[in-house]
Every structure is written in structure tokens, then in C-alpha cells.
Design a protein around this ligand. Sequence first.
Ligand code: PEP
Ligand code: MG
Length: 581
Amino acid sequence: MPFSIHGIAVGSGVVIGQAVVDNNTHQPIEHYYIHPEDAHQEWQLLLHARDKLVTELSFAIKGLVDKSEISGILEMQLMLIGEDDSLMQMSKQWIQNHNYNAQWALVATLDEVVRQFNEIEDDYLRERKEDVKQVVNKMLHYLQPDHLFTSQSAGFTTPDLKESNPHMELILVAQDLLSTDIYQCRKNGFNGFVTDLGGHHSHTAIIARSMGIPAVIATHNASSLIHEGDIIIVDSLQGVVLVNPDERTIQFYRQKILHLKLAENNLQWLCSAPSITADGRKIELLANIERPEDAQNILALGAQGIGLFRSEFLFLGRGNSLPSEDEQYQAYSQVCHIVGGLPVTIRTVDVGADKILEHSHSYQSTGSYLGLRAIRWSLAEPEIFLSQLRAILRASILGNVRLLIPMLSDPEEAVKVLQLLDLAKKQLEQRQVPYGSLLVGAMVEVPSLAISIHHFIDMFDFFSIGTNDLTQYTLAIDRQDEQVAHLYNSAHPAVIQLIHQTIKTVHKNHKWVTLCGEIAGEALWTKFLLSLGLRSFSMQERRILPIKQLIRETNTLTLEPWSTQVLASRAPIELIKRGPN
Ligand code: PEP
Ligand code: MG
């Protein structure tokens, strides 16, 4: 039966594909279609993993001195995999009937079995699903390439998906995904995702948008309503997921995908057109990037440099190691080379909240947005901060590098940052390592900085308004909590006043200000931000052409009466939506 699920639209575009439900197995799972003639080989892999597990469990049971509760658990697990053949037989069906590889077949079976268990009324029996999960997890462990005998592990090279299933994209359905998971998700062949949790301005959402992956998040229960193998359409324009749609709906969406591609192509001429308003004002359009390789396309799109390089992505998802000064220097140099002499704004690490370091430190960044996040963490870990500052200083010889400090809230913090920057320079001098000059900027993303900006103004060369955080901290709304996502509103009178005051104060002091939060790339906001005097926008590369088009259509000389009305309004969003005319 077709049905739809609603959530928050993130990412871009539409994808039609087959659902792969993530079961929180916490292991890397390979999902790919096999050629039908390889089904036997995949089945052998499963048998091999099963035999290994049976040996492990039997051995463990024999070794137990006292036959306590633990032996009961192990015996139950042995029974599930040794005597009862249903897990294996169900997995075999996924291999034979759906051409799934062994790991995928096993997690698909787990999904089916867990759902069956969830329907059991008896508490004791229902909880036995935990044993099934453990058994599957252990088998997955034996299916990891390093546990397979060499001749069979060859089966793990990913064949061409398109070859075996030309029309079917894979879409990951999960309870939640971290921002770093999204890169993995793409690498593993997924072309869209759906999650139960998340907020529009979470970093997971931001990465999805920057990679152009269609996604719908904050659906509350998609991961329990969607089954493994269901055909789904992820419409990241409307924020809707259509499950098992009929043929007419699929045809409708195929047309929609074509139209979106055409509309994208129609903007290509803007790549080389100047970014200038109808009344002749030059507007700087910069790109936000997360990894050095993201810089590759931005010049072709006509971006005038990088307004935000979220350098923390060099630090995330690498287990217990951090990038050395040299490794960071290589990464920053790579970006400088790619963009030539254009500005490269490197933001120092912004870990914490939804970007937790796996590395164990004396100071742990926490999951809280109010905790040891961003510059607070860097100041708590001065050696790590100094090595990042040295790497950035060294790279500044190679291009037009700007240093950007995230989440400053107190002028005294800014003083400490600048002292450490001086120290980093001295350390390089002592080592006789050359470095260049760079401009230093502060992110305006905590209301205390926006309100007391006059205390910061002389310390910094430029400012960058981070409206993603400025909104959450002004309104006390966790940007990734889907339960309050409907209250997250960058058009709240308090937020737009802070944006307005920041732009005014910075310009009055003859410094420059850019805006690098998500609203910089949202068409709804372009005219209003221009009306506030903003002349520099930094956004995801995919947004540059549509925003440039709007800029070129706008006459800033006519915006003032409207902008005054918006600023005075109790519900500015209505007036912003209506526009100046
Ligand atoms: C912001 O807060 O607006 C911003 C650009 O930084 P991030 O989204 O990485 O927190
Ligand atoms: Mg921020």
C-alpha cells in the first residue's frame, strides 16, 4: 500500500530508489547487488560466518566455570544460529531473490526479524530480539573482509551497481546520521537518505545540501515504517517520502527529476556573468566548503573565493588520531592552490555539539551546543590550537588566507586567541619556518558578541555572521532537535535586529562583513539581506548560481521602505516572503 511520510526537506532534488534500513549494527556494512551467478559464493560466506560463530559460542559455553545467566544467553544465541535455521534461510532468500550481497542480506533479515519480535506481546519473548541482534552483529564481524579467507574475500569488491540494477538507486533510512556519516553514505553508493531525527540547520543537513544529496529528516518514525527493499521517492523539495508509490507517481517524479536537471542547466550561463545588482553594486559571492576537494568546482561556478572552510572536518571521523601540523598545512595548501589568489577563509576547528571528536583528550568536546564547543575547546587545548594556527600561518604564504574564529562570546576570549596567534608566529620564527600575513575575523554567532560587537571591532579585520548558530542561541532552540524545529526562525525580530545591527556597526567602522549561515544561500533572504546593506555572501556551491541570478535582478535603491517595514514588523517572515514590490 502506498503511503507518505513528512519531514524536513534538506539536501537537494529528488531520488527514486530502494530503501536500505540501517539497523544500528555499528559496523561498516557493504550494500551492493551481486550478479545472480555469485549467489552461491555469497551463501558460502554466510555459512562460513555461521560456522565461525557456532565454534566461538560452543567454546565460550564450555569454558564457563559456573553455569550462570551468561551461559543461558550464550546457549540461546547458539540455538538461534545453530539449531534454528530460519535466520540463515531468510538471508538466503534475500541473496537469491533480491541479489543482495551477504552482509546486506543479513541486516535485511535482522530488520524483518526485529519487526516480527516487536509485535510479540509477551515482554520476555519480545526482548529476545536483543539476542538476535547480537548474533547478527557477531556474524557481521566474521563477514568483515579481514575475517574472510582470501579466496572468498574477493567477493567484497563492489561490482558496478548500474550494471546489475540499472534503474535502482539506494536510499539509506536510519534513525539518525552524523555529519561524517554522510560522506560514508555517498561512498557506499547511497544517493539519498531519510532519518527519524535531525533539524534543518544540523550539520548533517548542511552536508547533505552541500553534496546535493536528496534527503528528508525529522520524520519521527520513517525507520520503523519503511521496510528493507521498499521502493521510495525522497522529495527534498517538499520534505516528503513516498513509500511504495504507484507507477503513475513514479512517472510523475521521473519527469520532475528531468525538469530539475533542465532548470539547473538553464542557469549555467551565469557562471561567467558578474555578480552585480541591477543598480550596479558589486556583491561578493563566496563558497562554504567542508573538505579541500570541495574547492574544486567553485571557480567554475563563478565563486569569488572561499568564505568558510569548516576545518573541523579534517579532524572528524578518524578515530583516535588528529591531523598533524604538516597534514593540516597540506590540506590548506591544496585549497590555496585550487583557488589561486582568491580568498580562502579557514575557520579554526568547531568541534562539539553534533561534531564530536572520537579522539580521547584531557578535554572532551561534549554533545551540548552550550558546552566546550569551537573556540572554547581550542582554548582548552592550546597545543592543538597552536598547531592549527601554525599550519594556517604557513599556508598563508601560498594565497589569500583569512583566519576565522568560531563561537567567540567574550572579548577576553578574543584577547587570548590573538595572544596565541602571536605565540604561533613566534614559534614559527624560532623554527625559521616562513609564514605570510593574514586577516583575522570573528564569527558573529553568539548574541553576546553581536550585542557587544564594539568591544571586538578593533581586534578583528572582518566579521562573518553565522546565522545558523545566531538563531539557535538567540531563540534558545537546539538547531538539531526536530521537536522544536518548527520554532527555529531566522526571521524572528530579535535575529534580524542582530543581523542588521552587526552589518551597520561593522560598516560604520570601515571593516567588512560577510554572512555564511544557510540563509545566505536561500532565495527567500537575498533581497532582504541586500536591503540591510550586506555585500558579501558565503554559501554552498550549489546555491551560487540561483542567488547570483536574484542579485542581478535586484535594484537595491528601491528596497529601503520595505526593509524598514520588515525590521519594524512583529512577524517579519510574512513581509520577507511578500518581497519588496
Ligand atoms: C553558522 O553557525 O551559521 C555557521 C556558518 O557555522 P556552522 O553551521 O558550521 O555552525
Ligand atoms: Mg556556527
